[in-house]
Write a protein that binds this ligand. Structure first.
Ligand code: AMP
Ligand code: MG
Length: 345
C-alpha cells in the first residue's frame, strides 16, 4: 500500500483532504488524522471490521481499548450513558474542557462495538478541538475510534512526518494538519460519585492538569495496581513500558545520580538547558536537546517532548539521559511519559 500525505495549507486543499479522509473512512479504511494532542489513527467507530484494522495496523494487543471521538457534546449520548449520580459533574467537565484534551471514561451504549472498548463495559470519549479533525468527524456522521498513530509501545507522533515514520505503507492516507498544539495525549479521567465531592480518577496524566480539574471534584492519580487488579490495563498509559525510544532512555532524579561510563556516547534531554541545573557539565554529551529553553515552561516542554524524543532516537548514541521536569501541572504528564519511556520491558 502506498501512503499519501494530504496537505491542509489552503482552503481547497483542506476540503479535498477532508473529503478523501471521509470517503476512506466510509469504505471501512483507517486514516491518520491530526488532533491537538497527538496524531490519531482513525476508523469509523460503528464499523467493527474497520476498527479491527486499527489494531492490526498498530500491532496493538486486543486488550487495549481505543478512544472514541465525537463530533459535538450532544453526541455523547450516542456512545455513553451517563449515570445520574455523576451527570452534573460530567456536564461541568464537558462544558469546561470540550472540545479539548480531556477523555472521560463512561458506561458504553450498545451502539459501540465491543472491539472498540476491548470488551470493557466502559468507553473512553473525547471531542477534539482540531479544526481538520472536527470536519472529518462531522463529514463522516459517525464517531471516530482513534488511538495514537504509532506502532504499539512506541513514541507518539506529533507531526504528519512522524506518522509516516511509524506507519508508512500501512495506511492509505495521512492528513497533515501541522504540528500538534498540545503534543501530549489527552488526560483520561473516570468520574466517581463521592461525598462531599466527586472523585476524578486520573488514569493518564495529560494537558488537562490536576489543578485544572480541582474545581470539579477531588482529582486522584490512579494507582498502577488498580488496573492490574481488574485484569486488564485500564489505559496503556498504565503499562510499565510505553512511549519507548529504541535507544535506551534513563530518567535521572538529579545530577548526582549520573556518572558517565568511559567509551559510551550519551545525549541529554534537558528541561531548560541551564548550567545551574547541574546536568550540562556532567558529561561530554554528543547532543543536548532542550525541552523549554530559558526559564522553562511546562506547556512548551509538553508540546516539544515527543518531537525531541523522536529526534534523539535517531542519534548514534548508546543512551539518552533525561533530566527531571518539575512535578506539577503538565510536568506530571511529561514525567509519566519519561518513566514509561525509561522502563525496559
Ligand atoms: P492511545 O490514544 O493510543 O493512547 O490509546 C487510548 C487510551 O485510552 C489508552 O490509554 C486506553 O487504555 C484508554 N482507554 C480507552 N478506553 C478505555 C476504557 N474503557 N477504560 C479505560 N481506559 C481506556
Ligand atoms: Mg498511544
Amino acid at each position: 500500500m502506498s501512503t499519501e500525505i494530504a496537505q491542509t495549507d489552503t482552503d481547497l486543499a483542506t476540503r479535498e483532504a477532508v473529503e478523501r479522509a471521509v470517503s476512506l473512512l466510509r469504505s471501512g479504511e483507517v486514516v491518520a488524522l491530526p488532533t491537538e494532542t497527538v496524531y490519531g489513527l482513525g476508523a469509523d467507530a460503528f464499523n467493527a471490521e474497520a476498527v479491527a484494522k486499527i489494531y492490526e495496523t498498530k500491532e496493538r494487543p486486543g486488550f487495549d481499548p481505543l478512544i472514541v471521538h465525537i463530533e459535538g457534546k450532544r453526541a455523547l449520548d450516542t456512545v455513553a450513558s451517563v449515570p445520574p449520580d455523576i451527570s452534573r459533574t460530567v456536564i461541568q467537565l464537558v462544558e469546561t474542557f470540550w472540545p479539548g484534551p480531556l477523555t472521560l471514561i463512561l458506561p458504553k451504549t450498545d451502539a459501540v462495538p465491543d472491539i472498540v472498548t476491548a470488551g470493557l463495559p466502559t468507553v473512553a470519549v473525547r471531542m477534539s478541538a482540531h479544526p481538520v479533525f472536527k470536519r472529518v468527524v462531522r463529514g463522516l456522521g459517525h464517531p471516530i475510534a482513534a488511538p495514537s498513530a504509532n506502532r504499539f509501545g512506541r513514541i507518539s507522533p506529533t507531526s504528519a512526518l512522524a506518522v509516516r515514520d511509524e506507519l508508512d505503507g500501512r495506511v492509505p492516507l495521512i492528513v497533515d494538519g501541522g504540528a500538534c498544539s498540545r503534543g501530549l495525549e489527552s488526560t483520561i479521567v473516570r468520574v466517581e460519585a463521592g461525598d462531599p465531592k466527586p472523585r476524578l480518577v486520573i488514569l493518564r496524566a495529560g494537558p488537562v492538569t490536576v489543578e485544572d480539574l480541582k474545581p470539579f471534584g477531588k482529582p486522584e492519580i490512579a494507582e498502577h495496581n488498580e488496573a492490574v487488579e481488574n485484569n486488564a490495563p485500564e489505559a496503556p498509559g498504565m503499562l510499565a513500558s510505553h512511549y519507548a525510544p529504541r535507544t535506551p532512555l534513563r530518567l535521572v532524579a538529579g545530577p548526582a545520580e549520573f556518572r558517565p561510563e568511559t567509551g559510551k556516547r550519551y545525549a541529554l534531554l534537558s528541561y531548560r538547558g541551564q548550567e545551574k541545573d547541574g546536568f550540562l557539565g556532567l558529561a561530554d554529551w554528543d547532543e543536548v536537546f532542550v525541552l523549554s529553553p530559558g526559564s522553562g515552561k511546562l506547556p512548551e516542554a509538553g508540546i516539544r517532548f515527543f518531537h525531541l524524543l523522536r529526534q534523539l532516537d535517531q542519534l548514534p548514541v548508546d543512551e539518552i539521559i533525561a533530566e527531571p521536569v518539575p512535578e506539577r501541572g503538565i510536568g506530571l504528564a511529561i514525567l509519566d511519559r519519561l518513566r514509561k519511556a525509561s522502563a525496559r520491558s
